[in-house]
Write a protein that binds this ligand. Structure first.
Ligand code: DGL
Length: 268
């Protein structure tokens, strides 16, 4: 078991923000990452479609023999985590619970904001998870769809990003939140912009950081941590060029080993 790889998947490059944290905390692990670049974005698609895509990525990774599945995509975690946990016999970790737990622990005035894709916000998954931690917390959620293309364009710190953030976040600031969950893979890249718009008093919760800690805890708990030299291999469903280019900015290093694959050979 310890020698086997950890499998992570996302709709595309966004999940590399979580992969980066996992590499930082577990440099000795072998990591397999699926980016479903042929079908990105997931955030605007129906829950049924995202669930089907998530099961295909997870099944592909399980066929590679992974010891754990990490659902790096917030939209997929929001709508597919129960289905994945019931279908696969290995630990399945999503990003919603870790981010929610942290937000519930941090808030003092019990007003938490959540930002994510349309699909994540519509699912209500973060609001439910935060209220499970503490039913007295009021959750205000809003979708910020422009943040994804801005991050991929390398414009996370551009004046357009500040204008978009000002528009999206105004209702959350007005609602008096003291904590904001970054409920989308791409949003950690906008932290500087978000801090500038929100001011010092609103704390940011990075779901990717929180989830990476849970990956470590789970590995230790089941005694499946590996020693030796780690490695990362990427699988994408479209040609690798754009994934490599945009992904290296997300990961902060070149993406060396990238293969194009068909996730579901029966339904390519
Ligand atoms: N990875 C997605 C998420 O975290 C964002 C990009 C998409 O819409 O596919 O929700």
């Amino acid at each position: 078991m310890p020698e086997r790889a950890i499998g992570l998947f996302d709709s595309g490059v966004g999940g590399l923000t979580l992969l980066k944290e996992v590499i930082r905390l577990l440099p000795q692990e072998e990591l397999l990452y699926v980016g479903d670049t042929a079908r990105v974005p997931y955030g605007t698609k129906s829950p049924e479609t995202v669930r089907r895509y998530a099961v295909e990525s997870a099944s592909f990774l399980v066929r590679q023999g992974v010891k754990m599945l990490v659902v790096a995509c917030n939209t997929a975690s929001a709508v597919a985590i129960d289905e994945l946990a019931s279908q696969f016999k290995i630990p399945v970790i999503g990003v919603i619970e870790p981010g929610s737990r942290r937000a519930a622990a941090l808030t003092i005035n019990r007003k938490v904001g959540v930002i994510g894709t349309e699909g994540t916000v519509k699912s209500g998954a973060y609001a439910r998870a935060i209220k499970r931690e503490n039913p007295a917390i009021e959750v205000v959620s809003t979708a910020c769809p422009l943040f994804v293309p801005l991050a991929e364009e390398g414009w996370a710190d551009h004046q357009i990003a500040y204008i978009a953030a000002g528009e999206y976040l105004a209702p959350l600031i007005d609602a008096g939140i003291d904590t904001l969950v970054l409920g989308c893979t791409h949003y950690p890249l906008l932290k500087k912009t978000l801090h500038a718009v929100l001011g010092e008093k609103i704390q940011l919760v990075d779901s990717a950081e929180e989830t990476a800690k849970v990956v470590v805890e789970t590995l230790l708990c089941v005694g499946a941590n590996r020693s030796g030299k780690g490695s990362v291999h990427f699988f994408v469903t479209d040609v690798p060029d754009r994934f490599k280019r945009v992904g290296s900015a997300f990961l902060g290093q070149n993406l060396q080993s990238v293969s194009q694959v068909i996730l579901n050979p029966h339904n390519p």
